[in-house]
Design a protein around this ligand. Structure first.
Ligand code: NDP
Length: 402
């Protein structure tokens, strides 16, 4: 019987997921795209009809309301819900999935609009409810988190007996021609990069501990294949929280992302004047959240696609032991912004998030990744995911150093 797929969120990533599901419609069956603003869904589905020839249904939804979601799920009757709205909606969508017995997938961990915490706690706490409802929840099926977790699981399965250190390296060398813009949702992006940095390591007593740093305090220059050397800054990133639970023998894990000096200067300036604030302020009798107002001023990330040139390179650099010998493995994926735009009318940051979301959902529908409860990506066999990456537009490479 034909499957039914519901995608929630018609932003930059939602566009890619909808395109890619349509390009794999044998698996995804009847596809519905729902978002807060119906006109965004209309625009995406019109482009898909023209470019791919597949008809996608649309619906408007306030995904902050479990009640509305349950009504939508009861009418669409999806086999899987792909949540590519914002992290604020993760819990309501998960709860509606439990109420209706539908499998769930997302690409970013839950965040409360008032506190940028970046942790899985509240989503992991739903494991019991997912088990009782006999449904599967796949958390963080984007690129990072997502593919980076799968790269770690692949390194663990095929290259190491024990992995001691992992550095996750995220480089975007794209240029959109604006003085300042963010490549995905500005609010989520700026909250992430303006927060304190954090990495995890085992201390001398063998206890794991998180070491906190000031924002952008630690910089290293990494040499990214097909791009070159780039300043890369240590940030906290959510996949580390699950990887420390699942990678054997881990002693340290860090995450680095590239930023240009111009981006950092803009960000510092916005921060200094209070524009990154997430608490309400009163302006001429009206209450506004500075960060939300800034989002309104900045270019819509979905509009950057046709202007962006250059490449992204995201990967993991792992060191450890195999048969008693030390070795290093670097697994990475390079995408080209213009090539992505040609295929699905989105730049590479949305593309590299949307394609893994589609692949995660595909493996769930095909029951290659199967389970009851809430899971992170590295808990499943990485091989089918790695194979899909190769054929769905995200070919990866591996380098081994003895
Ligand atoms: P956008 O802001 O472009 O799109 C978000 C979409 O969600 C918009 O279409 C928006 O609505 C919709 N939305 C927001 N609130 C609601 C609501 N209450 N009800 C229904 N729809 C709502 O973001 P992106 O596409 O750039 O990012 C999507 C997700 O992907 C985010 O969670 C982000 O954190 C994640 N991400 C993950 C990455 C990874 O590698 N793991 C990398 C990049 C992003 P409207 O219809 O009004 O526009």
């Amino acid at each position: 019987m034909s499957k039914r797929t519901l995608i929630i969120g018609a932003g930059g990533v939602g566009n890619v997921v909808a395109f890619k599901c349509a390009m794999n419609s044998d698996t995804f069956g009847k596809i519905t795209l729902a978002s807060r603003t119906l006109s965004k869904c209309e625009k995406i589905t019109k482009n898909i009809k023209e470019k791919v020839g597949v008809e996608i249904k649309i619906a408007s939804i306030d995904a902050d309301s479990v009640e509305e979601l349950v009504e939508l799920f009861n009418s669409v009757k999806p086999n899987v819900v792909i949540n590519v709205a914002l992290p604020y909606q993760d819990l309501t969508i998960m709860d509606a999935c439990v109420a209706c017995g539908v499998d769930y997938l997302d690409t970013a961990n839950y965040e409360h609009p008032d506190t940028a915490k970046f942790e899985y706690k509240e989503q992991w706490a739903r494991d019991k409810a997912f088990k009782e409802a006999k449904i599967m929840g796949l958390l963080g099926s984007g690129f990072d988190p997502g593919v980076t977790n799968v790269f770690c699981a692949y390194a663990q399965k095929h290259y190491f007996d024990e992995i001691h250190t992992i550095d996750i390296l995220d480089c975007n060398a794209g240029d959109h021609g604006y003085a300042f813009a963010t490549n995905f949702n500005p609010e989520i992006n700026l909250r992430e990069v303006s927060a304190n940095g954090r990495y995890w390591q085992k201390n001398d007593n063998g206890q794991g501990e998180w070491i906190e740093t000031k924002p952008m305090e630690i910089m290293q220059v990494w040499n990214y294949p097909e791009i070159g050397k780039k300043d890369s800054y240590l940030l906290y990133h959510e996949e580390m929280e699950s990887l420390i639970k699942h990678i054997k023998g881990l002693k340290r894990i860090r995450f680095f992302m590239t930023f240009s000096q111009s981006y950092l200067t803009h960000m510092k300036c916005l921060e200094n004047v209070g524009m990154l604030g997430i608490k309400e302020v009163e302006h001429k009798g009206v209450k506004i959240v500075p960060m939300e107002f800034l989002s309104t001023l900045l270019p819509d990330p979905a509009s950057l696609g046709e202007r962006t040139k250059g490449k992204t390179n995201i990967g993991i650099y792992a060191k450890g032991l195999k048969d008693g010998k030390e070795k290093t493995v670097y697994i990475y994926q390079v995408s080209d912004h213009e090539e992505c735009y040609k295929e699905v009318m989105s730049q590479a940051v949305s593309y590299t998030t949307g394609v893994p979301a589609m692949i995660g959902a595909k493996l769930m529908l095909e029951e290659k990744w199967k389970g009851e409860g809430v899971f992170n990506m590295e808990e499943f066999d990485p091989d089918p995911f790695m194979e899909e990456l190769m054929i769905q537009g995200l070919p990866w490479k591996i380098r081994e150093f003895e």
